[in-house]
Design a binder for this molecule. Structure first.
Ligand SMILES: Cc1cc2nc3c(=O)[nH]c(=O)nc-3n(C[C@H](O)[C@H](O)[C@H](O)COP(=O)(O)OP(=O)(O)OC[C@H]3O[C@@H](n4cnc5c(N)ncnc54)[C@H](O)[C@@H]3O)c2cc1C
Length: 373
């Protein structure tokens, strides 16, 4: 923290969205103050899988994801967080899932979605993995970062740049006419960019209502990996194919949707996206379920965790998984649009990812925000 109270840009929120905007300001030679209500970022940006889900996006999300991909790599080297050009592994366990992967592979330039044999999938997941696995696909452009490391490392790198100041444990109260009101007094900035994720509804409720922003709560866990498992890519399943647009927009997805409802109502009930990634210490981040609402119950249903853990144990071919940690993550969600860049007040812009792809697109979204100034 330093004494800077006046800057070209003030960013509210030090999650991946706020840091992405601070980086975009620094790249333009602007001075920037970043405030966050906590002593360090502990929101959605450290609670996720660290999966930059680039290949399975379409349209403008795909464009933002490709811009973000380049920046994850560039700043990974500068800031020193784990970043792996691993791609992602989508596994198929039914004919309907294979049909989605086949159709996606056919629609992409060669090599972007590479179909895999059962043996190739087992090379990633181990020989004991689910006998139902009939193949898969490697999604070339996906990246993996360690979420618990990346955001802190980016903040530390930014703090060393000239013209950058962080004010932690400092809450934003509102802004007008270039004056930003906080719990530590007033700041001045030409532009204020509000990147508070799902807390938009607390700070600019009229904007949250206009864009139909609500909260999505997800149940997650960190588990011990089966012995010897070394995973490069994030692992996605049939449930992921019903979520990410490039899969979900295939013709073949319709049959998969029907099949999933008939064969796995327990996964459909919790709106599961069964997937996992490996942390640098070897443990697995596993999840996740989705619950939508303006206000979220704080209670985590054990049956939801059990459903997810059973499914992942089955994929890995083990009888059970030893849970080390459980947590709830919350992100902003809107049925209307996957992100918003909107004026909250004159000189105040809210930049919020309103879908579960903030790690995938935020570094690209910041470019879009600045292009609009
Ligand atoms: C469990 C889970 C798994 C996910 N997996 C993935 C994934 O693998 N890939 C992917 O692309 N995306 C994933 N996402 C989505 C992604 O994590 C989010 O979209 C992204 O982290 C949102 O970033 P953010 O900076 O907007 O929010 P946050 O990280 O929540 O940051 C918001 C910051 O604003 C601060 N703040 C709030 N109010 C104030 C205030 N009044 N004053 C000052 N500061 C304030 C908070 O302290 C916080 O640090 C996942 C999300 C969850 C929850």
């Amino acid at each position: 923290m330093n004494s800077q109270r006046s800057s070209d840009v003030l960013v509210v929120g030090a999650g991946i969205a706020g840091l992405s905007h601070a980086i975009a300001a620094v790249e333009r030679g602007l001075s920037v103050t970043i405030i966050d209500r906590d002593a360090r970022a502990v929101g959605a940006s450290i609670r996720n899988f660290g999966h930059a889900c680039v290949t399975a996006q379409t349209g403008e999300l795909a464009e933002l994801a490709q811009v973000a991909r380049e920046k994850w790599l560039r700043y990974g080297s500068l800031a020193g967080y784990l970043h792996v050009e691993s791609g992602a592994l989508a596994i198929a366990r039914t004919a309907a899932e294979s049909a989605v992967l086949d159709e996606l592979a056919r629609s992409r330039e060669s090599g972007q979605v590479r179909l895999l044999t059962t043996a190739e999938v087992r090379r990633h997941l181990g020989e004991a993995s689910d006998p139902a696995i009939r193949g898969g696909a490697l999604l070339r452009d996906d990246l993996r970062v360690d979420p618990r490391q990346a955001v802190g490392a980016l903040a530390a790198w930014l703090a060393e740049q000239p013209g950058v100041a962080f004010w932690w444990r400092t809450s934003y109260l509102g802004a007008s006419d270039g004056v930003v009101r906080t719990t530590r007094g007033d700041f001045r900035a030409e532009r204020t960019i509000v990147c508070v994720g799902h807390d938009l509804d607390l700070l600019h409720p009229e904007l949250a209502e206009q864009y139909q922003v609500e909260r999505c709560a997800l149940q997650m866990a960190r588990v011990e990996a089966p012995e010897g498992l070394v995973l490069g890519p994030a692992v996605l399943t049939g449930t992921s194919m019903l979520r990410y647009p490039a899969f979900a927009e295939t013709d073949a997805a319709a049959a998969l949707r029907v099949e999933m409802a008939a064969r796995h109502p327990e996964l459909v009930d919790i709106a599961a996206n069964v997937m996992f990634t490996q942390r640098p210490d070897g443990t697995l981040i596993v999840g996740d379920s989705h619950r939508y609402g303006v206000t979220q119950d704080p209670f985590l249903a054990e049956s939801t965790s059990a459903t997810l853990l059973d499914e992942i144990a089955k994929i890995l071919g083990v009888t059970g998984l030893h849970v080390l940690e459980r947590w709830q993550g919350v992100y902003a969600s809107s049925a209307r649009q996957p992100f918003l860049i909107a004026a909250a007040e004159p000189g105040v812009t809210a930049a919020i990812v309103t879908s579960g792809v903030g790690m995938t697109i935020s570094l690209g979204l910041a470019e879009r925000t600045f292009a609009g100034f």
